[in-house]
Every structure is written in C-alpha cells, then in structure tokens.
Design a protein around this ligand. Structure first.
Ligand code: HEC
Length: 137
C-alpha cells in the first residue's frame, strides 16, 4: 500500500474512533453547585462501590419513595432516563422543582445529592451507547 493511503486510513480511523468516544457514557460532569469537575470513570463503577452504590441507592430510597408509578403523593413517575444528562444537571443545580423546595430532599446530605446527580447524569436518556463496553458488559 502506498504510504499516503496508509496515512489517510489511519486518519479516518482516528476520526471514527473519536466520534464513537463522543457518544460513550460521560466520564465527567461539571457540577454547578460546587463549581467542580467530577470524574465519573475513576474508581470502581459497580453498584456495590461506595459512590455508585450510594447514588443509585439514595435515588431509590428517597426519590423513588414518591416518584413511583401510580403513587399517591402526586409525583410523576421518574426513572433515570426521564431526562437527559443536561436535564438532570439543571434539576440539581437549580433546585426549583416542588420537592427540592419543600424540603423533601433535605434527608440527603450534600455528598449524597452529588452522588444521586452523578448516577442520573451518567445513566440519563442520552447516554446509552451500544458500542461501549461500559454499557453492555
Ligand atoms: C415526598 C415526595 C417526594 C420526594 C421524596 C421527591 N419528590 Fe420530586 N416531586 C414530588 C412532587 C409532589 C413533585 C411535583 C409533581 C411532579 O412534577 O412530579 C415533584 C417534582 C419533581 C420533578 C419535576 C418533574 C417534572 O417532570 O417536571 C423532578 C425532576 C423531581 N421531582 C425529582 C426528584 C428527585 C431527583 C428526588 C430525589 C432527590 C425527588 N424528586 C424526591 C415529590 C417528591
């Protein structure tokens, strides 16, 4: 093969790979309330790990104590894919939703709220990627 062609193919491959990477689950999250960049890929990512376990667990324990299907609390059914990553970030940054205002979130510490936000951000409705090993196994 000619050298020029090899270079061209390598370049194309790089473009394809970087496009795929763009659609992978987000590895970072800018958190407005603390003005920090949270790294979502370091450490153990299984559900038993302290951080992920906490985010998922607190979402179920607190948020889902109201936001289940057919609840009698007047809360809409919510699950992690109810919003996009950006949508979840805005919900946690602005804290304007009824339940954030009326004290229903107060049982969660700041750190726990960040963990729930991280969990939802990473598993939102726009983060699924069938080509990402992180998503399918
Ligand atoms: C004590 C019950 C209760 C708890 C706990 C609770 N919520 Fe709510 N939430 C409500 C009610 C009631 C509303 C207003 C009705 C609605 O929009 O679902 C609401 C509204 C919302 C909305 C707006 C829904 C929309 O589509 O506009 C979001 C998002 C939300 N809550 C997220 C959360 C999150 C995240 C948590 C956990 C940190 C949480 N809620 C905990 C009762 C609760």
């Amino acid at each position: 093969m000619q050298k020029g062609l090899v270079v061209l193919l390598a370049g194309l491959l790089a473009v394809v790979l970087s496009t795929v990477a763009t659609y992978a689950r987000p590895g970072k999250r800018y958190d407005k309330s603390t003005d920090t960049c949270r790294i979502l890929t370091s450490g153990k990512l299984n559900w038993d790990s302290d951080h992920w376990g906490k985010g998922a667990q607190k979402f179920k324990e607190v948020c889902k104590s109201c936001h289940t299907r057919n609840n009698d609390k007047g809360a809409k059914f919510l699950y992690m894919e109810s919003f996009s990553s950006k949508g979840w970030n805005a919900i946690f940054a602005k804290k304007r939703k009824k339940c954030a205002q009326d004290g229903s979130w107060d049982v969660l510490s700041k750190e726990e709220l960040l963990a729930v936000n991280d969990y939802l951000y990473r598993n939102a409705n726009d983060t699924y990627d069938p080509n990402d090993a992180d998503t399918c196994g």
